[in-house]
Design a protein around this ligand. Sequence first.
Ligand code: GLY
Ligand code: MN
Length: 471
Amino acid sequence: MQTVDRPLALVETLRSRRQRLAQLFPQPAVLWSGGSSGRNFPANTYPFRASSHFLYFAGLPLEDAAIRLEAGKLQLFMDEATPASALWHGETPSRSEIAAAIGADDAYPLSELKNWAEGTATIAVQDAQTRLRQSHLLNRMLMPANAPQDLDAELANAIVALRSIHDELALAEIRRAISVSVAAHKAGMAATRTAKTEAHIRAAIEAVMIAHEMPPAYTSIVTIRGEVLHNAHSPHSLHSGDLLLADAGAETPTGWAADLTRTYPVSGRFLASQRAIYDVVLAAHDACIAAIQPEVEYREIHLIAARTIAAGLVDLGILRGNPTDLVEQDAHALFFPHGVGHLLGLDVHDMEDLGDRAGYAEGRGRSDRFGLCYLRLDRPLKAGMVVTIEPGFYQVPAILQDPQRRDRYRDMVNWERLAEFSDVRGIRIEDDVLVTDTGCEVLSADLPTHADEIEQLTQMQVRRTSRDTSD
Ligand code: GLY
Ligand code: MN
């Protein structure tokens, strides 16, 4: 972090967030930002990412810092940069400058924190070294993730309530991340005609993010092997007839994420088999979005996706039966094995460091059904939530070749007909959707989903700048 030149809106928003926290959780809480860890020597670090809970209340990605929140007040604990740090990393703002930028009431060196730690609640950070310091200072062993106890669990519940419903600043940041991500996806599509490999397209996508000083919010998935759901590798050459699945989203400098997926033909034209399945997935996407409004159960949105996909596959002759019955038998999950989406915010799967505490309403837990067990969100929707809608179709060999599943679904699947769609390995269409008072807003609507528009975008060449053309 080089500057602390932040608008007043940040200070006001941070103040309002901690006042609302105090209403839900009156006890003191300490949140750590975490630190970076060395790859092979201390100064060669993995990229630092501050804890999202810290970012929500502190607003800046400070390294090795902590904040104490009580009764709407914020105390900042961090050390001044050393002269050696100035030599290697340049001048950085002082503690008091940072304190002013985030509207802190007091600021102290980190060593003072021990005098303020007694009786405080916390959330375990991901970074193990800091978590050990947290445990030591608070005199209780903090587990890496998702199992806060007692007072920590109450703090976690309060933070979930706040972070689930986005304030104006959060929404402005998410919109910024989405806007850059839309441009990044369009650049990826435009690069497809000339790209030789998946990695070329991934580079075109991430170049736009980097040019906006935004890193990817998660490891980009840019692959012709879309059936590998979280495929982090992009080694393959591209050939006409391949479908490319690109799941990539930018993260703003203060940590807010986008999460977008499009699937497009490398040749610029879907094959008939691909277009047919694409349209089934798009119908599911559109039906989910049409149903989003406050108080609707997200699980119901997932089931709308499942039933629409099942109906589309019945129409194509791939599944046999009544779509509702097929979904009750989990037959849709042979091809759509994941949940239809998740919360989005400071993390791409927002607050999943707390396990299902954010995603699942109190008293609810994961189903053990094949078609529901990967559902990450099972709550009634509320205005101010941002969720992803990301139905898909995949031919995963581990599912489709599994002898027990082949046997169970023997009569529900027309396996000969399915073989005619062997060139469709993985399709996903993902948008980021804000729940509003009256329905919803697709925040990523500037990135087309219709197959004809996707084809047009992949047929466009990257526009050459005037500097390029003057060479
Ligand atoms: N963007 C990856 C996912 O939602 O899991
Ligand atoms: Mn997603």
